[in-house]
Each structure stands twice: as C-alpha cells, then as structure tokens.
Design a protein around this ligand. Structure first.
Ligand code: NAD
Length: 503
C-alpha cells in the first residue's frame, strides 16, 4: 500500500478490511474517510464495518482456532512463524512508517524507529512460544497423576487507539499469537491504515487464514460488537479511561477476560541536585515528543522550588527553538495533533488552564505559521503556577501542554505525584543514590523512570495502577495474560471409594 501517488492528485486511496484471508469492503457498503493531520485533508477511505462484519471476522477467527493448520501447529512452529513475520516487518519498515505518518502525523524519525523495533516483539514472543511449560505436581492422591497445562484462550479482540497504532497493537498480537490464540483487531477509526498494511505482511509471512483479522469501523459500532460477541473470550484494549470503563462493563456481564491500557497524568519530578541539562531534555521528551499524544506523557512537572525559575527559563528557551513542521522532514521536532476532535480538546484545555489562573509562559495557541498550512498544529505550551487541584493537573489532555508545580520536600513531591486518579508512569531526576533507590517504591505507578523518561521495551512489563488500567503488556507475564491454566487429574486406579464425598 503506497501513500504517495495520491498526494499530488488528491484522489482517495481505497482501503479494505481483512477477514478470513480475504480483502473486502464492509457488508453495508459504507465508508469512512481518514485524514492526513499535516494537510487536514482526507487521503483514504476505509470500510465502516458493523456488527455483521465483526461476526464474520470472529467466526473466521474461531474456525481457525478450533480446526485447521493453526489449531494443530506445534508451539515451536508458531514461534518460527512469528520470527518469519518479524523478518518481513523489518523488510517493510519504511512502508509501514509511511502509512503511520500519513494517518496520524507522528514524526517519520519516531515512526521508522518504532517500525524497526516491532520485529523484536515477534522474535521475543516467538522464542517464548515453546517455553511455556506446565507442571506435574507431587499430588497428595495415591494412584493419581496430576498435571498443569497452559492453553490458549480462544478468540482475542484487540481494540487500539490512534497514537502509535501499530506498536500498541503488536504488544497484543505477539503474545496472543505466540500463546496460540487467534485475533480480531479493531483499530482506531482515525488511524487504521497501518494495521491493514501489517495484515498484508501476516499474509506474506504465511499465517493461515482467519488467524489474524482486521475490521475497521467506529468504536461504538464495530468496537462494541467485538466486545459483545459471545465467541470472543478475551479483550485487549488500549484507549481512553471512558472507553475502558464501557468495555469493562460489557465484558463483565459475559465474564470475559479483559486487559485495559488506559490514560495517565504522569508526574515528572526534578530534584534540586539533578543534572539540570539532562532533566530539561527528559522533561521535553516526556511531554513534547509526539506532540504530547502519549499515554505516558509527563504532563505534570514537579520542580523543587529552589530550581524553579532557572529550570523554567532553560526549558522555555530550548522549546522556543523547537521546529513545528512536516512530520516527514528530518529536522522537524513537533508534528501536528493527530485528529480534529483532539485538536479541539487540546485548545479547550488551554482555555481551561487560563481560566483556572495558571500562567502561560510559552505557546498557548493553535500554531498558524504559513508553512503549517491547514495542519492541526498546537504550539508547545507551558503553564506555571499550577496547583494539583486544577483540572489541568488532574485530567488527561493528550497534547503538548505542560503544567508546572513546585515542592519543597521529598514527602511533598511524593504526595503531589500520587494525588491523581491515574497511575501509569512517573519519572524523577536526582543524583542522590539513596533517593533514587527509595522513591520508586513510594510512587504509585506501573512504570517509574529514574534519570530517564519514555523508555519502553518488549522485556519490560507495562501497564497502569488505579484508573490507568488492568493487566500488563510486554515481558514474560504478558504471555500468561493470553493463556488459561488447566489442571488435569488422571486416575490410574479408576475406582472411587465413596462417591458422596470430596475425593
Ligand atoms: P478511545 O477510547 O476513544 O478509542 C480507543 C479505541 O476504542 C478505538 O479503536 C475506538 O474505536 C474504540 N472504542 C471506542 N468506544 C468503544 C466502545 N464503546 N466499545 C468498543 N470499542 C470502542 O481512545 P483514543 O482517543 O483512540 O486514544 C487515546 C487514549 O488512549 C488516551 O486516553 C491514552 O492515554 C490512551 N492510551 C493508553 C495507552 C497505554 O498503554 N496505557 C497507550 C496509548 C494510548
């Protein structure tokens, strides 16, 4: 799938869904348009799938799970197939990055880096596929063999957001497939193209039909139908806390296994003894990389009061040099906001912060440089004088908006950091070894970075405390999120002493 030819002509590229190894439009014949955030114009149309399309995809995934080549494949062969897919992705990293940038406006340098990193997930979980061992227990029942096996769950529904669409989908696909499940993916209606590009690579790598299916469409329709489908036994969701709550309620009624990777309002703390230049870069990577559209954004900056003024001065000076522009260009630092509704939301929060009395020391507007055309750009924005009760400090914005607060003691910093409904991530900067050792334990967050920020790995469990979600992705534990545990009692004697009592 090439994103370039229609750039000049303005003609829409037509994308199709991938169900049971076939490319098709929606059964209803309805389409959605997807826009390029840099131009603000539609560049492709994609099928608006509904409950009927979801049903076809789930039935295909269920058939592939219960019979056929995937169902009878050994774990070692599944692992090899995942490795092969990793190689195919590596060979197509640029194509996938082009799709991501066209669809969600993130920087090419970041998306190409992510695409080149994706194969690691398939290599890692491909390697794990045949290393999940059961156990034989020393069972306390004479004449009986008892063993434990870990089995795939069945059809997994993966529902994903528009920021880093492929990376976040692969965090689900790799362990789910390594464990032997089949998957139906419902990507975000704002950024589905790259997932359809990835589906082609599953085909090229030789995955049997029905193992991976992609239904495009709206969350309230296709997404909801996927969560409600009785043959879907496990939902893996990344998105907003509101979406997560809805999905959780529906899943609960059917006792469906569910994992939720949700939002954050992560604290980023700089102590007086920190390496200030390094911390300034860390803070920038936490909130201005990807125009702040990351779940782990360090959107609340807590500065020790003794360094507040000097730190803010350095941060503002550095951010004044940041270049907004075409995400494809190597010298662009900040790209556009990915969607029109998100642009409106970010601008709203700037007004909310002003209304609450926060002081805007940088940015604060939609960026209107002529070179940015109709693109959805927001100036990197910094507010000082924020307190932790303000909405700008409590609610997730998901944009390039930084709220700065001060503290005087470690206890105060920890109290402010933890005073949030969220708990996805936290970071702090210090050269004090004792503090570096002690603080991670006190911070209520699923990931803590010390003298670093925005680092992820296929090896490192990722997920949230509190409203930031349920479950963990990445690392060995994520494999078990896609497995059921079965206990088998095998009675070699085949006699029961008293059928009316527990044996
Ligand atoms: P969203 O909740 O609006 O949508 C996410 C997905 O859910 C989309 O595919 C959407 O179509 C679908 N959806 C919406 N309503 C649904 C419903 N009723 N039933 C089933 N599916 C439904 O989120 P978004 O705006 O696309 O993404 C931004 C959010 O994602 C932010 O809150 C961000 O913090 C979060 N996020 C979290 C992580 C993480 O790992 N914790 C990573 C990235 C993004």
């Amino acid at each position: 799938m090439n994103t370039e030819p229609n750039r000049e002509s303005g003609e829409l590229t037509t994308l199709e869904m991938y169900i049971d190894g076939q490319w098709r439009p929606s059964a209803s014949g309805r389409w959605l348009e997807t826009k390029d955030p840099f131009t603000g114009k539609a560049w492709a149309r994609l099928p608006e799938g509904d409950a009927g399309d979801v049903d076809a995809a789930v039935r295909a995934a269920h058939a592939a799970f219960t019979s056929g080549p995937w169902a009878s494949m050994t774990a070692s062969d599944r692992g090899l197939l995942l490795h092969r897919l990793g190689d195919v992705i590596a060979a197509n990293a640029q194509v996938l990055a082009d799709l991501e940038v066209r669809d969600n406006g993130k920087l090419m340098v970041e998306m190409l880096g992510q695409m080149k990193y994706l194969p690691r997930w398939f290599q890692y979980y491909g390697g794990l596929a045949d290393k999940i061992e059961g156990a034989v227990t020393p069972i306390d029942k004479p004449g009986m063999l008892h063993y434990v096996v870990h089995e795939p769950i069945g059809v997994v529904g993966a529902i994903t957001p528009w920021n880093s669409p492929l990376l976040l989908t692969v965090w689900k696909l790799a362990p789910a497939l390594a464990a032997g499940n089949t998957v139906v993916v419902k990507p975000s209606e704002f950024a589905s193209a790259s997932m359809l590009g990835l589906a082609r690579l599953f085909e090229e790598a030789g995955f049997p039909k029905g193992v991976v299916n992609v239904v495009t469409g709206l969350g309230a329709e296709a997404g909801r139908a996927l969560v409600e489908h009785p043959l879907v036994e496990r939902i893996a969701f990344t998105g907003s806390d509101l979406g997560g709550a809805r999905i959780s309620e529906t899943a609960a009624r059917q006792f469906k296994r569910v994992s939720l990777e949700l939002g954050g309002k992560s604290p980023h703390i700089v102590f007086a003894d920190a390496d200030i230049d390094a911390a300034v870069k860390g803070v920038i990577s936490g909130i201005f990389a990807a125009a702040g559209q990351t779940c782990m954004a360090g959107s609340r900056l807590l500065l020790h009061s003794s360094i507040h003024d000097a730190f803010v001065e350095k941060l503002v000076a550095r951010m004044k040099e940041a270049r907004l522009g075409d995400p494809r260009k190597a010298d662009t630092d900040i790209g556009p906001i990915a969607t029109e509704p998100q642009l409106a939301k970010v601008l709203d929060y700037i007004e909310i912060a002003r209304g609450e009395g926060a002081r805007c020391v940088l940015g604060g507007r939609r960026a209107s440089d002529p070179g940015l055309g109709e693109g959805w750009f927001v100036e990197p924005t910094i507010f000082t004088g924020v307190n932790n009760e303000m909405r700008i400090a409590r609610e997730e914005v998901f944009g390039p908006i930084l709220s700065i607060m001060t503290f005087d003691t470690d206890d105060e910093a920890v109290a402010i950091a933890n005073d949030t409904p969220y708990g996805l991530a936290a970071g702090f900067w210090t050269t004090d070894l004792q503090r570096a050792l002690a603080l991670p334990k006190r911070l209520r967050a699923g990931t803590v970075w010390v003298n670093a920020y925005r680092v992820v790995s296929y090896l490192a469990p990722f997920g949230g405390f509190k409203n930031s979600g349920l479950g963990r992705e990445n690392g060995i534990a994520a494999m078990h999120e896609y497995l059921e545990t079965k206990s088998v009692f095998l009675n070699a004697k085949s006699s029961i002493q008293n059928p009316f009592t527990l044996q």
